[in-house]
Design a protein around this ligand. Structure first.
Ligand SMILES: *Cc1c(COP(=O)(O)O)cnc(C)c1O
Length: 352
């Protein structure tokens, strides 16, 4: 029998395909025009998310990037300063968008692990030359889980501590929670814990939850009204968005708690790769569903290695010159992980 072997796609958790039941859920979409009719499916999703996360209101938007951009646009004026870590998506991937669309100055902190502490923030806010002509720090942007640091969880207590300090010093706080559910299921965090921490928050439906696209932006009523206006400016206003809203609702209702198995599969991959002492791979610490491999010691570039593995049906994402990323999600199972680990180790030993 010639069974074509499965491609194991570990480039990102955005690559998941809708399951049959998710397609069936589309049938229930109201298909009103979200702009003209205040579409019911879309509004249901927004109210469900606001309720779930404990915020006043919510807006369904096309992407996580759009939500971050809108949150910054609605919270700042040109010439203001936002504080974030250099490793966060907002700085690492979105700084061009932010500087051109909003005209704020990003002040990136260089932490070793992505955890911004009060000490760091204090130095940045207070211990610096400030005149009334300087930039005004306006917002602190945090991230949880931290993509760049192998899905590291920003511990809830520390998140609260640094956010309280930021607020005491007049900053707004935005939380990029693209993968917040990976932290929630790992640490058993009540879903509404973040509303007392962040003034605004973004959560993705297209990552671990497995919907085709879309993210939710959460915040106060007047903030969400503002972001709806800018969303239209930026061309993000959708019409029959109910179709995607039903997919997102399906994902929240059915895929949320299974995200724990993604975290477990990433741990399994880490364990399997580390078992082989001779491989020389260095693993950057893994906490949730992201595994970063450092290939510098084995002297293989991430791009070359990704090509080699692609030839064997394993897709990985070259993150930087020597670091390659594997992300687990609902469309890869334990057997896939075992098979991927084996192929990764064999390829490294051939290369040495
Ligand atoms: C994926 C991601 C985003 C952006 O989401 P898109 O829907 O791809 O625009 C933002 N922040 C983090 C931490 C992410 O992982």
């Amino acid at each position: 029998m010639n069974i074509k072997s499965k491609i194991i796609d570990l480039r990102s958790d955005t690559v998941t395909k809708p399951c049959r039941q998710m397609y069936l859920a589309l049938k229930d979409a109201t298909c009103g025009d979200a702009f003209l009719d205040n579409d019911v499916s879309t509004r249901n999703l927004e109210e469900r998310c606001a309720d779930l996360f404990g915020y006043e209101d919510a807006m369904f938007a096309v992407s996580g990037t759009m939500c971050n951009q809108l949150a910054i646009k609605a919270s700042t004026n040109p010439g203001d300063e936002i504080i974030t870590d250099f490793s966060y998506h907002i700085n690492y991937f979105e700084s061009s968008g932010i500087s051109s669309l909003t005209g704020v100055h990003i002040n990136p902190i260089h932490t070793l692990d992505g955890l911004i502490t009060i000490d760091i923030l204090q130095k940045l806010l207070i211990d610096r030359n400030k005149s009334r002509f300087s930039t005004y720090p306006k917002m602190l942007c945090l991230e949880n889980t931290i993509n760049y640091h192998s899905g590291k969880i920003f511990p809830l207590k520390e998140l609260k501590r640094v956010s309280d300090f930021a607020k005491e010093n007049g900053l707004l706080v935005h939380l990029d929670g693209a993968r917040i559910f990976n932290a929630i299921v790992e640490d058993n965090i009540p879903i509404n814990s973040f509303s007392s921490i962040a003034d605004s928050m973004m959560v993705s439906f297209s990552k671990g939850l497995g919907a085709p696209f879309g993210s939710i932006l959460l915040g106060k009523n007047n903030f969400i009204q503002e972001t709806r206006r800018y969303n239209k400016w930026y061309g993000g206003g959708m019409h029959q968005s109910g179709l995607m809203a039903e997919c997102a609702l399906y994902a929240i209702n059915n895929n949320l708690y299974r995200i724990k198995s993604d975290n477990n599969n990433a741990k399994l991959l880490t364990t399997l790769l580390l078992q082989d002492q001779i491989s020389g791979i260095k693993l950057l610490k893994n906490e949730t569903n992201i595994v970063m491999l450092d290939l510098k010691e084995v002297n293989i570039s991430a791009k070359v290695f990704a090509n080699i593995l692609q030839g064997q049906g394993i897709l990985l994402y070259p993150w930087s010159e020597y670091i390659i990323r594997a992300v687990t999600h609902k469309d890869v199972n334990e057997n896939d992980i075992r098979s991927a680990a084996k192929k990764i180790l064999v390829s490294i030993s051939h290369k040495k």
